[in-house]
Design a protein around this ligand. Structure first.
Ligand code: ATP
Ligand code: MG
Length: 137
């Protein structure tokens, strides 16, 4: 059993899509074991996306992520990291497969509704960025 960090991004929380997105996770066999709605500061968004700081879209990405509340969550399941990324679909919704979250809900490559950790080490790091041990059972 594996855990991964998921974020429902501002474009999706704004459009009241949290429930529909969570249904996709649950239908795929992922269990939501922790979840909270928070509003990131620019500093927190910048720190979370530090790996992208040299990319041209970094500033825009941080402003977007800090623009409105997000829902951060821990998903658990068999191969949760890979499974979550399958349910999310490709980064650019134009390339995302039918039935994926990004195909159904994303607005653009930037406003693409969800984030998911990409590997076991980043999942552990991103989970502890948002959740304390007490919040995880
Ligand atoms: P995430 O890390 O959010 O799960 P990802 O791994 O599919 O998505 P990354 O390449 O890690 O994609 O990019 C991180 C995020 O940066 C993307 O989800 C998207 O919101 C934004 N992003 C990526 N490429 C672009 C781009 N060309 N223009 C604007 N924003 C972008
Ligand atoms: Mg990524």
């Amino acid at each position: 059993i594996e855990r991964t960090l998921s974020i429902i991004k501002p474009d999706a929380t704004r459009r009241n899509l949290t429930g529909k997105i969570n249904a996709k996770f649950e239908e795929a066999g992922l269990r939501i074991v922790a979840q909270k709605r928070i509003k990131l500061t620019m500093d927190q968004a910048g720190q979370f996306y530090e790996v992208h700081k040299e990319r041209p879209f970094y500033g825009e990405l941080c402003e977007f992520m800090a623009s409105e509340p997000v829902v951060v969550q821990v998903l658990e399941g068999e191969s949760a990291i890979l499974k979550n990324r399958e349910v999310m679909g490709a980064t650019n919704p134009a390339d995302a497969a039918d039935g994926t979250i990004r195909k159904e809900f994303a607005l653009s490559v930037g406003e693409n509704s969800v984030h998911g950790s990409d590997a076991p080490d980043t999942a552990a790091q991103e989970i502890s960025f948002f959740f304390s041990g007490l919040e995880l059972v």
